[in-house]
Design a binder for this molecule. Sequence first.
Ligand SMILES: [Zn+2]
Length: 80
Amino acid sequence: MAKAKPEPLVLKPAVSGNTKTDRGESSVKTNRYKVVIRCRRCGERFILRGRMTKEGKVETGFRQCLCDNDSDFDIRIEEL
Ligand SMILES: [Zn+2]
């Protein structure tokens, strides 16, 4: 049987207290993130750009490392 495609990694950025739902202020909203993913198995580093989804998660489209690792990562998220 064919191996199922791994789900894209979905990340939750650390929110610094401000979780207000203010629909009006779209000018201040940061919607782009730099995501640094380091594989804990082989040490490979990936630098990606992520977008915040409606659910408050950062979506990068990253699926897995070259070494087939798809869950064991050090992840850092920075606002752009
Ligand atoms: Zn790896």
